[in-house]
Design a protein around this ligand. Structure first.
Ligand code: LUZ
Ligand code: MOS
Length: 752
């Protein structure tokens, strides 16, 4: 089935916050933010700005009726700064005016006197100062010290991976309107409607029942709207409540880039121990996460780094620690992969380092250590239905790896100014929120008298196609036409207490809740049908809008059946609740079974480096991916290709840059390069691994949002291998992104 949004997307008819019908009298918001990264506020003067014709009110922390606090995990993040500024772009005041233009003028009239404090922008500096946003964590298994002493080779090095800007096409925004009796409705571009509802209630000091949050769809999220859509929604709600007026606020791109956090940069060190037969006996890593100025989702992201620190490998002795370092950057946040990619880059770097030392291709080491059933992860979960070897072998076979590897070697002996590199990147990604209590969802289904169906879940559509998958579930269960089924907006008054649409789990959690609701209705309707047709329930089924009797169409149509049920006063509405079974995790022992299942796959990447210029082309990425039993290959392929592009961007070109003063330098698309169609590999091939799928995946169709991003890591090592082929004296560096500047330097580093 096509993505149900493709029709309106293509015609420009899909609605976003900026397209909503505005009520008469709508006012416009704009944030006045900190023009300095770390300081004491001496004096904030809004008088002149407030006097400007058309300015209605300027809100500061003093205008907050409840708690000036929007921190999700830890309450360490004020909505509007009070006495101190902790990052450049931190919201200080919220201007409400009759037009955006007036609000912009007013912003220039606000003056701020500050006393500058020392600015920390790197994780290492914060680490040395012992500045953290939360507790450090360690996962360990076996005895690394003992294992290292028994290894033939032990290597250590450090790595860096930079942040990444989400660059959702739709910037952050929200629209608030007043309803009767003090209630407020906020339409928000958020992945987490309940989170927004809760934060608004807290800041306004009202119950959550006073606040309705509605989400139609997002123009992209990628994690950037899991936590960080909240502030703007709270601001418009605060203004609406105070002024009894509708308030709209959509950030312009510059403001959005400056004020919001990004993927966490990581500075890491590793130590890897390996034996002559290429077995990785021990692995240690210390991850310094650049968390920014507030906690946000950093602890959960740090945790996922540890969960994925050994990627798709079985390593018996592991000791990994992560420190969430507090810096004066905007709070860094969720981004597709959620700390997993940062962890995987380090183990892949360690393997590349070991391979270089041993004089073997990295794939030999990777291959010798792939995860098998009954292997134990450092966090205690036992691997089952591991597809690490299967996807690896399938990729080698289908894409003729040995041949391709030799071809690259031949090319390199015959060419001097161009060199090719090839790499293999296996992935293993755990599916579930690592915070076990978040793994549940609900759905609400109404069958109307005419047989059409409307349903709601907690899932937020952000381009990933979840609405299409959900609609498929209803269509399949009732055996009706797709035109008869529509999905409603995500709304906190219809489906409450939702987890954010995140962790690749949205279709699994909401889909399973929906399936349960549909099955309850179906059971009821089968009874009605069996009575009408005077036959056993077991003989009845629904297909092609018709009730089937023992595989033959009866003359009872779906519509007639629904009418009959309605007249018999059968309940045609139902809700479903799903909580992932089997999962648990103990944060004291750091052991458990946090993931419903893992997603696997293997990517083979080839790149060509222009050794005069330092530029490169990704020739091909060929992937065998574990979709389980895909319920929608069109959508799933789109997810794999999109995630790959985003992974390649992170690894090769997207360079988030802050000055030493904490100011964002890469503050526009002229200074921040995202992959475009020319940056994509000339060839992208994706082959589905043939498996039975997993029972805890929706209709056995595995989660697909995040895992394929990590195929992009292969690009780094393909380019690095090409550099090695050109420059014998090159000392491997693990410093992502691998920009052409860095490639050029590496090509000629240590040259005589
Ligand atoms: N969000 C979250 C996530 O709150 N917990 C997670 O485990 C997670 N994983 C991936 C992406 N977002
Ligand atoms: Mo996320 S990184 O919001 O799944």
């Amino acid at each position: 089935m096509h993505n149900i949004d493709s029709y309106s997307h293509l015609r420009g008819e899909s609605l976003y916050i900026d397209d909503l019908n505005k009520q008469q009298g709508t006012l416009y918001g704009l944030v006045f933010d900190a023009p300095i990264a770390h300081a004491k506020i001496l004096k904030l003067d809004i008088a002149k700005a407030e006097d400007l014709e058309g300015v209605v009110k300027i809100f500061t922390c003093k205008d907050i009726p409840g708690s000036n606090q929007i921190g999700g995990i830890i309450p360490d993040e004020p909505l509007l700064a009070e006495k101190d500024i902790h990052f450049w772009g931190q919201p200080i005041a919220f201007i409400v005016a009759k037009s955006e233009a007036i609000a912009k003028k007013a912003r220039k009239l606000i003056t701020l006197k500050t006393e500058a404090l020392p600015v920390v922008v790197t994780a290492i500096e914060a680490f040395r100062n012992r500045q953290f946003v939360c507790k450090s964590r360690t996962f360990k298994i076996g005895d690394t010290a003992k294992a290292f002493s028994q290894c033939d080779y032990v290597m250590e090095d450090s790595t860096y991976s930079n942040g990444q800007e989400h660059l959702y096409l739709e910037t952050q925004g929200a629209y608030a309107v007043c309803k009767e009796n003090g209630k407020i409705k906020v339409t928000s571009s958020t992945q987490g409607p309940t989170q927004v509802q809760k934060a608004i209630a807290n800041v306004l000091n009202v119950g959550m029942h006073q606040i309705e949050v509605d989400v139609l769809r997002l123009g992209g999220g990628f994690g950037g709207k899991e936590d960080q859509a909240t502030a703007w929604a709270v601001m418009v709600a605060l203004a609406a409540k105070t002024l009894h007026k509708p308030i709209k606020f959509v950030l312009n791109r510059h403001d959005d880039l400056r004020m919001t956090g990004k993927r966490h940069p990581y500075e890491s060190t590793f130590k890897i121990g390996i034996t002559k037969d290429l077995k990785i006996q021990a692995f240690e890593a210390t991850f310094l996460q650049n968390s920014g100025a507030a906690c946000d989702l950093s602890p959960a992201i740090a945790e996922r780094t540890l969960f994925h620190a050994t990627n798709a490998y079985s390593i018996k002795n592991v000791f990994t620690t992560v420190h969430s370092c507090k810096t004066n950057l905007p709070p860094n946040t969720a981004f597709r992969g959620f700390g997993g990619p940062q962890g995987m880059f380090v183990i892949e770097s360690a393997i590349a380092k070991a391979a270089n030392k041993l004089g073997v291709p990295a794939y030999k080491i990777q291959e010798a250590n792939l995860l098998q059933d009954n292997d134990v992860f450092s966090y205690g979960q036992v691997a089952t239905q591991s597809e690490a070897k299967n996807s690896w072998q399938e990729a080698f076979k289908s894409f003729e790896f040995e041949k391709a590897f030799k071809k690259v070697q031949n090319f390199n002996t015959q060419n001097h100014n161009f060199k090719k590199g090839i790499s293999v990147m296996p992935i293993c990604f755990g599916i579930s929120f690592t915070n076990t209590p978040m793994n549940h969802a609900r759905a609400l289904v109404h069958i109307y008298q005419d047989g059409s169906v409307g349903f709601s879940t907690g899932a937020v559509e952000m381009g990933q196609g979840v609405n299409t998958k959900l609609r498929q579930i209803v269509i399949q269960t009732f055996g009706i036409h797709k035109q008869q089924v529509s999905i409603e907006t995500t709304n906190t008054t219809r489906v409450a207490n939702t987890s954010p649409s995140a962790a690749s789990s949205t279709a699994d959690l909401n889909g399973k809740a929906l399936l349960k609701a549909c099955n309850k209705l179906k059971e009821r309707l089968l009874k009605v049908a069996s009575k009408s047709l005077n036959c056993a329930i077991a003989d009845v089924s629904f297909k092609n809008n018709t009730v089937y009797l023992k595989k033959k169409a009866s003359d009872l149509s779906w519509e007639k059946l629904i009418q009959t049920a309605f007249l018999k006063r059968v309940n045609l509405s139902e809700q479903g609740h799903y909580a992932t079974p089997k999962i648990h995790f103990d944060k004291n022992t750091e052991k458990g079974h946090p993931f419903a299942y893992h997603v696997y796959g293997t990517a083979i990447t080839e790149a060509t480096v222009d050794c005069l210029r330092g530029t490169y082309k990704i020739d091909s990425v060929k992937i065998v991916h574990d979709f389980g039993s895909s319920m929608n290959m069109d959508i799933d392929l789109g997810q794999v290709e999109g995630a790959l592009a985003q992974g390649i961007g992170w690894m090769t070109m997207e360079e988030v840059a802050y000055g030493d003063d904490g100011r964002l330098l890469s503050n526009a698309l002229s200074t921040y390069k995202v992959p475009d169609v020319y940056a994509m590999p000339k060839i992208v091939e994706v082959k589905a691994l043939d498996t039975k799928g997993h029972d805890l995946a929706i209709l056995k169709s595995k989660a697909v949002g995040e895992p394929p991003l990590m195929y992009g890591i292969g690009t780094y090592f393909a380019i690095q291998n090409a550099i090695k082929a050109f420059n014998n004296n090159y000392n491997l560096k693990f410093d992502a992104p691998m920009t052409p500047e860095k490639v050029l330097k590496s090509l000629y580093s240590n040259a005589l």
